[in-house]
Structure formats: C-alpha cells, structure tokens
Design a protein around this ligand. Structure first.
Ligand SMILES: [Zn+2]
Length: 313
C-alpha cells in the first residue's frame, strides 16, 4: 500500500498548525484533506487541550477517524531527546522538559502512533523528499535517497537540518545541526544560549529587527539606501561564512532555505557566486542553493513524512 493517511502538527511560538493528508510514497506527493491553525497558547495544559480539539476538528473535516491514521507527526521548535522525545531546549519555553508525545497519547486515548521531531530537521526532510529535492533530481539526476542536504531556517531564530540517505541526522542527544549557535564572530553579539557571536545573533529576523524592522530594511535596500546597503553587505558576509562552515562539515549537494526571511529574495541574489569563492574544492563542486518549494507547510509535511519513515524502519 503506497497511499496512507497522516496527521501533521507544526508547533511554533504561540500557534499550532495542523493538517490531515495522504502521502504517496511512490510519487512523493501529498494530498491535503484539511488544514487549520490555532493560536494564543501560553502553557502546556492549554497546549494539550487545544491540540486535542484541533486534531478532532481536522479529522472530522477530513471524514477520517483517528484509527484510520497511520500516525500523527509533530514538529516541535527545539531540541528533542532522541529516546524520550522530551523537549530539552528551545525558545518556546513552556514546552521544555515536557513529554508532549506521552501527554497527547494519554489525552487522545489512542493506539495510533505519535512521533515528534525538531522542526528544522523536518523542514529539511520535507524539502528533500517532496520540495527542492524533486527539482534537484530533475536537473541533476540524483534521487532523494542519494541526496546530501543541508536545510537552513532563517526566522525568529536560525535553525538547521541535515538529511543523508533519506534520514535526518539527530546526534547523540538530539542537538545536531543547532547551527544557529555556531559562533561566527568570537567575542561578538551576546546570545541567549550564553555564548557570544552566534550565527543567530547576525542572521535571524530578530537580529535584523534590532537594526530596523526587517520589512522596511529590505524595502529600503531595493531603493538603494547607502546605510542599508552596508548592512546588507555585512549580512551577506556573515551568511556566506556560515554556509562555508556548513559546507566544510557536511559537503551537501544543495542548501535549502526556509523561515520568514527566505521569502526576501534580495538576501539570496547571486549567493552561489559568493559561496563559490569560499569553498575548499573548486567552483564546480559548489553546492546548489534553493529557496523552499513547500512554503509554510514544510514543517507539517515533514512531520508526516518522518512519521511514515519511523514506522517503516
Ligand atoms: Zn547562541
């Protein structure tokens, strides 16, 4: 059976987005039956109650029962313990230390498997499986399972994921690819993690907003403001250095960008030309660069694809 039903949840800040869909593992396509978003969640008990209601609404809209689902997959905004799925760290503080999967399994009183994974890892998996990866396969002839992929999310924070042989790299304690906390400038900007000079403090939307509202800044850049152009040059230098470090570590076929800032094309113009000057091998081996193909849904879809792969393993 190649087509199966999944429910995906993407948790971020104070909102949760959910969807029920059918995955086709042969064509790597996703047929969405329902999609819904809830917001204003501020503590863990509110979270579990609201998510249970969201799941019931999505299933009723899709006319599918919970027993017909192959699994429920959850994208969480933090580092997850690979054994227990407890969130060990992240910027949605009320989720830290809680066994979200266990709490939901109990609340829903279901035998349908529930799995969770870090959202940036799932973004990367979704794009490799059914987004940028399809484009790469069409142009370069390298199928999903043979692709080596680094995903970078530039949003409130900076996250990352690494997929090789169709699998996410989690690390011993789930914090592999916490690339936002790679130090770009020794003794630089203070970061909430306790270090100084983390990539996140230069490349995230939050970092840009400290200089100027990111939307105004990007607008002014396109109008040729000198001050803003200098900011963009500095941003680009940091971004290229960051990618060069990741390329030296992971040597991907391509990078794929997600997160709120990835829609600002001006940040990525001619980026490959700059990166070519900063890699160990010659230019022809420079990774390709993609902006996400699945838009805001990559977390949701990634959660479903991951659930499918965990159960097949
Ligand atoms: Zn940090």
């Amino acid at each position: 059976m190649e087509r199966q039903y999944f429910l995906g949840l993407d948790v971020g800040g104070t909102k949760v987005e959910g969807s029920v869909a059918e995955l086709d593992s042969h064509t790597h396509s996703i047929n969405v039956f329902s999609k819904k978003r809830i917001s204003s969640i501020h503590n863990v008990s509110e979270f579990v109650d609201s998510v249970a209601t969201l799941i019931a609404d999505l299933l009723s809209e899709s006319k599918i029962s919970i027993d017909e689902l192959r699994a429920i997959g959850i994208a969480l905004p933090g580092t997850l313990d690979p054994k227990t799925s407890t969130m060990l760290n992240g910027n949605t503080l009320f989720l830290i230390g809680h066994d979200i999967v266990g709490m939901l399994q109990k609340k829903l009183n279901t035998k349908t498997p529930i799995v969770a994974q870090n959202d940036a890892n799932l973004f990367t998996l979704a794009e490799a499986w059914g987004g940028a990866g399809k484009n790469y396969e069409a142009h370069k002839g390298v199928p999903f399972k043979d692709q080596v992929v680094v995903g970078i999310t530039l949003g409130t924070g900076v996250g990352g994921g690494f997929v090789t042989q169709g699998k996410i790299l989690k690390g011993a304690h789930g914090s592999a690819l916490e690339v936002g906390h790679v130090v770009l400038q020794s003794g630089g900007n203070k970061c909430y993690c306790g270090q100084q000079g983390c990539a996140e403090t230069y490349l995230s939307g939050t970092a840009i907003n400290k200089t100027m509202d990111s939307k105004i800044l990007l607008e002014k850049a396109s109008q040729g403001s000198q001050e803003v152009l200098q900011f963009m040059i500095d941003y680009r230098i940091n971004l290229v250095q960051f990618m060069s470090i990741l390329n030296n570590l992971f040597n991907p076929h391509y990078f794929v960008f997600g997160g709120g800032l990835s829609s600002q094309r001006i940040l990525f113009e001619d980026l490959k030309t700059d990166l070519e000057e900063n890699i160990f091998l010659s230019k022809e081996y420079c990774p390709d660069i993609y902006i996400n193909h699945l838009g805001d849904s990559s977390g949701l879809f990634g959660a479903m694809i991951y659930a499918s792969e965990v159960l097949d393993a």
